[in-house]
Design a protein around this ligand. Structure first.
Ligand code: NDP
Length: 395
């Protein structure tokens, strides 16, 4: 019987709330708070219709730490789940520290004025969380999140040593719109247009964004072009598995997505530098976000599948071996179950399973943790049961 405070009411939060409500014995009280309370109310009404569970809703500006502490004090949660944006991470961690409650998020902190994600800001909270006797679980989504757990599983069960790791993320879904992003447009475009970075022989190698492409044959989806990118889990994985010599992250993009992105970049619409428009300051990428489709609205029209997984090469009993651990998710089935597309679903389910690990005491300790630091087995035992069955294949 636990109380959770969920912050944020976008596409991912919709899935998290539905999934928590499906396990009402554990998540006996759910409070959903966000900047726009009408979005919380809409999620609560849908959850009530589908599961019969009552979700309490509140308005909150999660960048205002005293307001947050006040809300946490009133709700007295066992866990605060940050499903808002990476910009809120440190503010919500500060509020959790002040009150003394565990924290979970799905994406690492990114300062609004620099498109650069690094764990250094959140890892700097290690001693404060430890001294307070509470824990922060960072990146409990799919990637980061399940990909970290897959890597820990490979190391525990499939390979004695991992030398090369490729995390490969395919969204072969089609929403039928000329251009839309499948999660928050600002965060998505900042991520895709940042220079690519991968780990090779103890250093980071930077290459221009989207300049390195390969073909990969995905199970159930077929061959797609994948592009080298930077993704935050690479940083924690090479820290926690220092034996890894090469670590890369790849993502599929359609030619249509890339053409639109190129044009938007060429005309300056993806810039995060403020400009003056009709006497007031605006940030082009924030204006662009306002005119692009809301990712939460794509669920009803998206068809096709996602496939996200880890290809790891290394040694088992002295023999070289390559294994592939992956998960396939169907957009239409997700929509039928919770009213969201698969990108939100594949992020929201691991957030709920991560919360279960903390609330049931299966993942214990005090301090700031990445997912691969815990035992992968109890997490992966639940993941399939809550909607994301996964597979292992030797390549
Ligand atoms: P959305 O933009 O759909 O939702 C974000 C929500 O946060 C909105 O409801 C927004 O409020 C709310 N919010 C923003 N700022 C504040 C604030 N200051 N105070 C209170 N609420 C605020 O994003 P998504 O649901 O697509 O993504 C949610 C998170 O999941 C992001 O951090 C994203 O990076 C992460 N993610 C992680 C993935 C993974 O695999 N690890 C994959 C995909 C996403 P309002 O409605 O008023 O705008």
């Amino acid at each position: 019987m636990k109380t959770v405070l969920i912050i944020g009411a976008g596409g991912v939060a919709n899935v998290v709330v539905h999934k928590c409500a499906q396990d009402k014995n554990l998540f006996s009280k759910i409070v959903l708070a966000s900047r726009t309370v009408s979005k919380c109310n809409a999620i609560a009404a849908d959850v009530k219709k589908r599961t019969g569970v009552e979700v309490e809703t509140r308005q909150i500006d999660a960048d205002n730490v005293p307001e947050l502490v006040n809300l946490i004090r009133k709700v007295q949660p066992d866990l605060v789940m940050n499903i808002a944006l990476p910009y809120q991470d440190l503010h919500i961690m500060d509020a959790c520290l002040e009150y003394g409650v565990d924290y979970l998020d799905t994406a690492n902190y990114e300062p609004p004025e620099t498109a650069k994600f690094e764990y250094k800001w959140q890892w700097a909270y290690q001693d404060k969380f430890k001294n307070k006797g509470i824990k922060a679980l960072l990146g409990s989504g799919f990637d980061p999140g399940v990909t970290n757990v897959f890597t820990a599983y490979i190391k525990k069960h499939l390979l004695d040593e991992i030398t090369e790791l490729d995390i490969i993320d395919a969204n072969a879904g089609d929403h039928g719109l000329p251009f839309a992003t499948n999660f928050n447009p600002e965060i998505n475009i900042r991520e895709v247009t940042a220079p690519a970075r991968h780990w090779e022989n103890n250093s980071w190698i930077e290459t221009p964004a989207l300049s390195n492409k390969r073909a990969f044959d995905f199970p159930q989806i077929g061959e797609k072009n994948i592009y080298l990118m930077y993704h935050e889990e690479l940083e924690s994985l090479v820290k926690h598995f220092p034996e890894i010599k090469v670590a890369r992250f790849w993502m599929t993009f359609s030619d249509n997505y890339l053409n639109h992105l190129q044009v938007l970049q060429n005309v300056g619409m993806t810039s995060i530098e403020p400009i003056i428009y009709e006497g007031r300051e605006i940030i082009p990428i924030q204006f662009l976000r306002a005119v692009l489709p809301d990712p939460a609205s794509l669920g009803a029209r998206t068809k096709g599948k996602t496939c996200i997984g880890c290809v790891a090469k290394g040694k088992k009993d002295g023999q070289t071996k390559t294994v592939y651990v992956y998960q396939i998710c169907d957009h239409e089935e997700c929509y039928k179950e919770v009213g969201s597309q698969a990108i939100s679903y594949t992020t929201g389910v691991p957030a709920m399973v991560g919360a279960k690990m903390l609330l049931e005491g299966k993942w214990n300790g005090a301090g700031v943790f990445n997912m691969e630091q815990f035992d992968p087995d109890p997490f992966l035992a639940e993941l399939g049961q809550w909607g994301l069955p996964w597979e292992v294949k030797e390549l």
